[in-house]
Design a protein around this ligand. Structure first.
Ligand code: NDP
Length: 392
């Protein structure tokens, strides 16, 4: 039952058809009637799935990024009062609708314009997407500050640190540690990884995720992107951030304080929990996720990352230290490289090689405006495609 006088909360879900989007839809759907009013839902081109979600949630607006999918969306929504639209401007319109809480679960840097649009109207933005903060972290954080918007991290490690960190005691934080599962190839040799297929790369042992983040997890680029993301979200010196491999994915993050105390956040590997943390924040909501039983788990193990077999982490650290457009270039090159790998046009080990080559070409000129970032993103994608054709 809802408390008397409690207001209906407006929410929008961008990337509603993806893994994170669907988990968010399930949480919203399972709430007591009258808890949420769904303003907008979006997808790239999966019109049928989007229409089904829009109908179930009673959304006012459904948007596909790809205009070619608009006729199918209109058809699937016929007989309802749900408006249908398509294209980049419609995506921004979806983020601009007056929902107090917006989930950004679009994959890739394509999420940047709608994220900024939601922040510019002072919304609470639950940010699952990590590529936005990697490409344009300073701009995203400054936009949130300027417009009084709130950013709630949804990535499990960042949700963990968000829950652990005392913002009044940042000067007493010695270390922030993100855990990494090590991905499906944690114990594979270089020769085995050289021959790895897309099917093997997306078969993550612990998490059910979209294809792009699954490949990032296999290269460990994901952990490097998360380091950059964390550096924007949590204002401590760069050398305070660290990564430890923890194959069971039960501990998601740790904060070491100056008095020797280390706090850790634990949960079963299910993104429902960090999404629920962001949806209910600062309250806590009931979820039906599997409960953690440490006695059943029996063993939790930790080890240092193997930088020789997984050089992506070092590439990300270097891009973060270089600053300027370097993280944006790294992200754009990685998005291209992952697509090429999934299309079987380059090998698994070529992903990180290609990203390294593109980064070498650019250096780190400053990126102060969104236009600088977008230009660097476009150019890095062009160079990545160009370099991929001469990978030998
Ligand atoms: P999915 O691939 O499962 O879903 C991506 C969503 O974005 C879909 O709704 C897709 O629509 C939409 N989309 C894809 N391309 C575009 C585009 N160009 N413009 C607009 N919308 C687009 O991804 P995930 O749910 O796994 O991940 C989403 C984000 O969350 C990523 O940034 C990822 O790194 C991050 N994240 C994911 C975690 C996970 O466990 N899955 C954990 C932590 C972070 P369509 O269905 O039509 O293709």
């Amino acid at each position: 039952m809802r408390d008397r006088g409690q207001q209906v909360r407006g929410v929008s879900i961008l990337g509603a058809t993806g893994t994170i989007g669907e988990a968010t839809v399930r949480l919203v759907e399972s709430a007591p009637p009258g808890t949420y009013a769904v303003e907008a839902v979006t997808a790239n081109r999966d019109a049928l799935k989007l229409a089904d979600i829009a109908r179930r949630l009673g959304a006012r607006l459904a948007v596909v990024a790809d205009p070619a999918a608009l006729p199918a969306l209109r058809e699937a929504l016929s007989g309802t009062f749900i408006a249908a639209a398509a294209g980049p401007a419609a995506l921004i319109e979806a983020a601009s609708r007056p929902a107090e809480w917006v989930m950004v679960a679009i994959v890739g840097a394509a999420a940047l314009p709608p994220t900024l649009a939601a922040l510019e109207r002072g919304a609470t933005v639950a940010l699952a997407n990590k590529e936005c903060l990697v490409s344009a972290g300073a701009i995203v954080i400054e936009t949130a500050r300027r417009f009084g918007a709130r950013l709630l991290p949804v990535d499990s490690e960042h949700s963990a640190i968000f829950q652990l960190l005392d913002p009044e005691r940042l000067d007493r934080v010695e270390k922030i540690v993100l855990t990494a599962s090590g991905g499906p190839f944690r114990e594979w040799t270089m020769a085995e990884m050289r021959a790895a297929t897309p099917e093997q790369a997306v078969a993550h042992p612990n998490w059910r995720m979209g294809r792009k983040i699954s490949v990032d997890s296999a290269t460990m680029m994901n952990k490097g992107l998360e380091l950059i993301e964390a550096a924007h979200l949590f204002p401590v010196p760069l050398d305070a951030f660290g990564v430890v491999v923890h194959p069971q994915s039960i501990v998601h993050g740790l904060v070491h304080y100056a008095d020797g105390s280390v706090t850790a956040q634990l949960a079963t590997p299910d993104m429902t929990t960090p999404i629920a943390v962001a949806l209910a924040w600062p309250a806590r909501m009931l979820t039906s996720t599997a409960r953690l039983d440490l006695a059943l788990m029996a063993t939790l193990t930790f080890q240092a990352p193997d930088h020789a077999r997984f050089p992506a982490l070092r590439l990300c650290e270097a891009a973060l230290a270089a600053g300027g457009v370097a993280p944006c270039v790294l992200n754009a090159a990685n998005e291209v490289a992952v697509d090429l790998f999934l299309e079987r046009r380059i090998g698994f080990l070529d992903i990180t090689r290609l990203v390294g080559r593109v980064l070498d070409r650019f250096g780190a000129p400053p990126a102060t405006t969104l236009a600088d970032v977008m230009a660097a993103d476009r150019e890095a994608r062009r160079v990545a495609l160009d370099q991929a054709s001469v990978l030998a």
